[in-house]
Write a protein that binds this ligand. Sequence first.
Ligand SMILES: [Fe+2]
Length: 215
Amino acid sequence: MNRTVLTEKLDDETRHRLHATMTILSHWDIDVFTHGVLVALAMVELAPIGQTETWYWAGLFHDVGKITLPLTLLNKPGALDPGEQQRMRQHSVRGAQILTDLGAPRTSVDAARFHHERWDGTGYPCGIGGLEIPLVARAVALVDTYAALTSDRPYRRAFTPAQARLQIERHAGTQFDPEAVERFLASLKDEGWNGSESEMRNQSRQKSSGLGSPA
Ligand SMILES: [Fe+2]
């Protein structure tokens, strides 16, 4: 993965706004929040030098646009119909708009807007591919998928880490940036991040009365 990215510095005012948004998100939907924290912690492992904090926020807020969607849609059991899928897909662009309005770092805006793009150009919202997709969004795309695969869902049990790795490897070069996959799988060997949403959710509930930074 290309690590030569310009460093973004955050001022205290921006940091305060991001913390406030994090608190709102944690009280709005614990599942979206805990998934965001999990992705954020993995992003810290992958961050280019000098980008640890901005990549943390990019991971945390990649799905913040879901806050604009009704909970009945987000929590609908079973498959979404085409109209519902289209509404759900709006979370990427809406998230980017929210983060732009907040004055969030560019990496957060890019991660929200482009984390459902695919390396082969068949993703959304823009259908861009390869190196056109910002680096941070390419990283979120695969961490997001790995975290989802290794967590229980109403319709399936969690994949084991080995099964999830295999899925990620299978989609290198089609869905995911192959170089990003290599770096991500290498970072997993460090065991610094176990990808368990349920464990994270329990920790978040315990801390939810006094949230600062979960980092
Ligand atoms: Fe998403």
